[in-house]
Each structure stands twice: as C-alpha cells, then as structure tokens.
Design a protein around this ligand. Structure first.
Ligand code: ADP
Ligand code: ADP
Length: 234
C-alpha cells in the first residue's frame, strides 16, 4: 500500500492571544501514481502543510499515514524521522540548495550513494534523470556555473533520484520557460506512473495548473478539493 493520507491535520503556531492557526483540520489524500496541485495565496498555509507532510515540523493535531505506516497520530509516533525523510520523501525546493563543492552529477548521485548504491550505478541513474531534464550537458559542471533554470532542473533530478513513494515539490517550475516547465511536469507524471509515486506540487504557475487532474485549494488554513482540467501534458 502506497500513497499518502492526512486526516484532520491542524497546526497552531504560538500560544494565547497571538496564536496563529495555520492549518485547520485539513484532509488530503494522494494515491500512488497521482500528481496533485496545491494552490493558495501567500500566508494561506502551504509551507506549513508541506512541512508537516515532509515530517519537518509536527502538527498540533491530526493523523498522517504514509503507505501503511502511521507517521503521526496526535503526536509523533515514528522513531526514526531521519530515515523517513531520507527514504520515503523526495523534496524539490524553490531554492535549489545544491552542494557547491560537488559537480552536478554528484549532487544528484549523493543520496543513492549514501544509501549504499555503488557509485557507478548512482551516477548512471543521475545522468539518466539529468538527460530527461535536458541538462546532461552540465553533468560535470559545478552548480555555481549554472543558470537559475538549470539549477532548478538539477534540484528536481535530486528530488526524484531515490524514487521515494512521496514527492513534495514547491514551485518546481517557477524559474522555467513554458517548454521546460512542461518537461518537468511530464517527468513528474512519468515518475508517478512508473514508480507509483504520490506527488504534491505547490504552484502558482498558470502554465502547469491545467495539467492537474485534481487540485487542493488552500485559504486561511482550510483546503477545498476540486477536479482540475486534467489535460495532462500532451
Ligand atoms: P504560505 O506558505 O501559504 O505563505 P505559511 O504556511 O508560511 O503560508 O503561513 C501560514 C500562516 O502561519 C501565516 O499566517 C504565517 O504568518 C503563519 N506562520 C507560518 N510560520 C510561522 C511560524 N513559524 N510562527 C508563527 N507563525 C507562522
Ligand atoms: P513562503 O513563501 O515559503 O511561504 P514565508 O515568508 O511565508 O515564505 O515564510 C518563510 C519562513 O518563515 C517559513 O519557514 C515560515 O514558517 C516562517 N514564518 C512565516 N510567517 C512567520 C511568522 N509570522 N512568524 C514566524 N515565522 C514565520
């Protein structure tokens, strides 16, 4: 059983008069193989939701189930959160955060290497993703030599390389032109399909919003689900 589900997730920052309820009883489920959009204005709770889903912060209440594992149930239940973050969740952040002293290939290959994959195999897998993202010509470059869009694509490759069951992507196409944005969406859809990944994409990008079959809108910490145009990426 794969995919991710949250039930009644709430997050309150602070206490008393100054408390902020950033998430109010949010329900969400993403099936294996599904790519859903998460859309909302600034301050609506998107980052807080991603941080809870990514096991970076703990919610104030609610449940999260990843595959057949209960991650939290009104409190942390998982002993090894580091292993959860490393093995189960792929992150694609807005700012690429590439490691400056490793070349592009090793930036992508590092995670599988740390998990014990032989270096050659990890690099081959990295190169395969870099090729799919049309940035293979930069494979031996250092991150500082790359344009913002190229760095973004390398960061996407890094988020996908371990083939985690869940991928959280925060504005993955913001720095990219139309064609490259669509290439990224195609890769996310292919990944979802091939590896039964559940993918959540936070975005404002009008270019990619019509590709989602299902969208969660968030406003003031409350989510509403909506069927998207689901045109896909053809
Ligand atoms: P978004 O990502 O949609 O901009 P956030 O999740 O960052 O929204 O913020 C949701 C609400 O929670 C906002 O009112 C924000 O000011 C508040 N908030 C976010 N992080 C914190 C924090 N660490 N401490 C206090 N309030 C926070
Ligand atoms: P984003 O575009 O990622 O939502 P924000 O400016 O909303 O950026 O938040 C940046 C960081 O500051 C986040 O980690 C968020 O949790 C934190 N933050 C946001 N609002 C507040 C707040 N009112 N008090 C403390 N921290 C906050």
């Amino acid at each position: 059983e794969k995919g991710i589900r949250i039930e009644g997730l709430s997050k309150r920052y602070g206490k008393g008069d100054t408390a902020v309820d950033a998430l109010k009883h949010v329900d969400m489920q993403v099936a294996p193989g599904e790519v859903v959009g998460l859309i909302g204005p600034s301050g609506s709770g998107k980052s807080t939701l991603l941080k809870c889903l990514g096991a970076v912060i703990n919610p104030s209440a609610g449940r999260m189930i990843l595959g057949d594992q209960v991650i939290f149930d009104d409190g942390w239940k998982v002993r090894d959160l580091r292993a959860l973050r490393r093995d189960k969740i792929g992150y694609v952040f807005q700012a690429p955060y590439l490691i400056p002293f490793l070349d592009v290939t090793d930036n992508v290959a590092l995670l599988p290497m740390l998990r014990g994959m032989p270096n050659g195999e990890a690099r081959a897998r990295a190169l395969e993703l870099l090729t799919a993202l049309d940035v293979q010509h930069r494979a031996r470059s250092m991150p500082s030599k790359l344009s913002g869009g190229e760095q973004q694509r390398v960061a996407i490759a890094r988020g996908l390389v371990n083939q985690p069951p869940v991928i959280l992507a925060d504005e993955p196409t913001a720095a990219l032109d139309s064609e490259r944005a669509m290439a990224v969406i195609k890769i996310l859809n292919d990944m979802a399909c091939k590896f039964e990944t559940a993918i959540i994409v936070v975005t404002h990008d009008e270019k990619i919003i019509p590709t989602f079959k299902r969208i969660y809108h968030i406003r003031d910490g409350v989510t509403h689900e909506e069927m998207g145009e689901g045109r896909g990426f053809e």
